[in-house]
Design a binder for this molecule. Sequence first.
Ligand code: TYD
Ligand code: MG
Length: 457
Amino acid sequence: MAKPQKRYVCQACGSVSHRWAGQCGDCAEWNTLVEEAGAVVTPFQAKHNLQSGGRTVQLVGLDADIALPDRMATGIAELDRALGGGFVQGSATLIGGDPGIGKSTLLLQAAARLASGAARRVAYVSGEEAADQVRLRARRLGLGNAPVQLAAATSTRDILTTLSIGPAPDLLVIDSIQTMHSDLIEGAPGTVSQVRASAQELIRFAKERGTALVLVGHVTKDGSIAGPRVLEHMVDTVLAFEGERSHQYRILRAIKNRFGGTDEIGVFSMQSEGLSEVANPSALFLTHRDEGVTGATVFPALEGTRPVLVEIQALTVRLASGATPRRAVVGWDSGRLAMILAVLEARCGLSFSSAEVYLNVAGGYRVQDPAADLAVAAALVSALSERPVPVDAVAFGEIALSGEIRPVAHAALRLKEAGKLGFERALVPTAMAKEESALTLSGFRTLTQFVDHMLGR
Ligand code: TYD
Ligand code: MG
């Protein structure tokens, strides 16, 4: 018989190797390999007799009848939207986010809504806070009377034993999976093997009993869910709760969803009485004013299929010659800013080389869409020339290195949202100037044309 092979699991990335080493070969972290009990059977060691032993499985066609999963809408529209219509029974959802971003608050609110509004059985298990702390928070949120079953526990065996008595809960919240401990396996809570084993037990319970399971996951400095990527593979849905702690808005984004799309987001704002839904996100990010200021442009961004109007602000400061000018960016890609500045210099004859350039997306919002190029260029040209962009205009379009302005996706959605918020003009790529729209569209083929238009040349 083959000697059981030792197996070492990296506690940072979860990769498995058969020899101990000081540094993980996959993620290059030091001192993260830990021996795990249990031999692994590699496909080479396992010799199946193909004719015997297994049972036959049923094969069906793709067109066979489908049993649609049961969904529980929480009544919090922004959460339901991100989930694709509500929590699916018998499914597992992982929600990740920075500490203090509002994961516990959101789930407590969702739990309370399901328990009191929809009369569902809801269990909330906190491994991070004492029951009193959770109750205190619930009371502060005005949810003190919701019939949520609350427990402070960290042992998955205890939790599952308790929940196996009587009817299973419709929703089970585990806050957080990193605090859970399974006695089936050695190791401290939070290690990859513990997180994986605890999640496995909880997910098995959820699938067997038709419970919708929600696991809260901590996020590491680099933004991935702490420890295991494996966790993301084990669950059906992965949600990320994002935002700047210093700003009030939060975005709930589906990263993976076996039961729905991943292009919907939920927008919330953190208030003193908990998270409130933001049905009209554009209003959150726009600063209202009646007169144009220099260096500010409104950009109709898209979050999935949802338009969000944001203000892009630029400031240029002339420097005495000699000093190296600064470029600072908040909320946008600095490489992309360098590119736009280069195109403005090389193709349009504007010089930023002796000016410091600051670019900011208002409200703490992060823009990733290349369609913002034209709005950024407009803000930069406006800041440099001290001519305001008209207050009733929005701008979007991608800028190529050649100076061409290229069409972008979802122009109609962007224009519609801008129209809804009272904008009357849009500066767009030529190819999109023929779009049906209530706005007056000005099309530009090249950045040179656009700059000439802005400077009245
Ligand atoms: P929390 O839900 O505990 O975050 P997480 O579980 O993601 O770590 O949220 C904590 C933060 O939210 C805390 O800094 C205070 C703030 N907060 C409010 O502003 N208003 C509220 O009503 C609540 C409950 C929290
Ligand atoms: Mg928490």
